[in-house]
Design a protein around this ligand. Structure first.
Ligand code: TRP
Ligand code: SF4
Length: 328
């Protein structure tokens, strides 16, 4: 029945927004029916850039679990667990750190990009440089075959395969080389037209109520050239249209024609979109309310997942120690 083992994770940065959801989670929900899945919360990874202020981590972990569950991950179908509960990740990371050349880490494009972007934080640290090496340990400790991720994570997957290859060469065949499952990019702009990002305050979140969703949609930036209803519009530069592409595929050709011909007003077009979005997001929001009424479920789900993860990870570490002849 299962097509192989899948592993993926996200850093706990709070409730997911629609960019995160369509970038990964939506796909995970489908994959849990076809593969043996391990989905985790990368709380140690959150420390690589956020080690100075750790005050929100616990809350953010809870929020991420709620997002996982309300979006449709099912503890009967997949394992959800917490990275820091499975110490084997740390042990394997340490062992990989012995043999991973520094040059592999320095040349990783995400390393250079983030250093440049986060000038306000001191992340010229050992831990941050080793981020992809910890990620390799996350993946290989489950001997995962596939890793569903966005395009931005491809360099980390490449490094993971190099680490696996080097280990297998030095100590004997131990790890499979995991392949990415790329999520088709559904690009959703933020409500202000820029990239959707928490730091811009322009997100729509899985935690937003239907009312909030409607308000945010009505404030979205549209084609700036359109002032009156009969002005000819350019859907391709309109954020609302980008959302219709995701939430309202059926009416897309019609909306395009009407917008270009100046036949619908933006207010009406937005109201239509808000209806479609609420239709899609309301069940997720309702599920969230259910969980908030009985928050003990969060811990129950993670403890169940931790147990399953621990079993696989400790088995792999026995193989690893044996292969390295450090099983004294
Ligand atoms: N680096 C990933 C991200 O930022 C998170 C992550 C950590 C991850 N370990 C992983 C993803 C292992 C997939 C597999 O999104
Ligand atoms: Fe955008 Fe719709 Fe207005 Fe056209 S009619 S500019 S698609 S909101």
């Amino acid at each position: 029945m299962s097509k192989g083992k899948i592993l993926s994770g996200m850093r706990p940065t709070g409730a997911l927004h629609l960019g995160n959801y369509f970038g990964a989670l939506e796909n995970w929900v489908k994959l849990q029916n076809e593969y043996e899945c391990f989905f985790f919360i990368a709380d140690w990874h959150a420390l690589t850039t956020g080690y100075e202020d750790t005050s929100n981590i616990k809350e953010n972990i809870d929020e991420l679990v709620i997002s996982y569950l309300s979006a449709g991950l099912d503890p009967e179908k997949c394992n959800m667990f917490l990275q820091s509960s499975i110490k084997e990740h740390a042990e394997l990371h340490l062992l990989f750190s012995m043999s991973t050349p520094l040059s592999w880490l320095f040349r990783c494009p995400t390393y250079k990009d983030q250093l440049a972007q986060m000038k306000d934080k001191n992340i010229t640290t050992y831990g941050f440089l080793g981020y992809p090496n910890l990620q390799a340990a996350d993946i290989l400790v489950y001997k995962a075959n596939f890793v569903p991720v966005g395009e931005d994570q491809v360099p980390h997957l490449e490094l993971t395969r190099e680490v696996a290859r080097r280990f297998n060469y030095l100590y004997g065949e131990t790890f499979p080389e995991p392949q990415p499952i790329l999520t088709k990019a559904k690009v959703l702009p933020g409500t202000d037209g820029r990239k959707m990002s928490k730091s811009y305050g322009n997100t729509i979140s899985l935690a937003d109520s239907p009312d909030t969703v409607r308000k945010k949609v009505s404030s979205m930036i549209t084609d700036p050239a359109r002032i009156r209803k009969d002005d000819q519009g350019h859907p391709d530069v309109c954020g609302v249209y980008a959302f219709h592409k995701v939430f309202n595929e059926a009416e897309l050709p019609e909306i395009e024609t009407q917008c270009k011909g100046g036949k619908i007003g933006c207010v009406q077009c937005k109201r239509n979109l808000a209806d479609k979005m609420v239709n899609y997001l309301e069940p997720i929001y309702e599920k969230r309310q259910e969980i908030l009424k009985k928050p003990s479920i969060i811990r129950e789900v993670i403890e169940k997942g931790n147990e399953a993860a621990k079993k696989v990870a400790s088995g792999t570490m026995e193989d690893v120690r044996k292969a390295m002849k450090i099983d004294w």
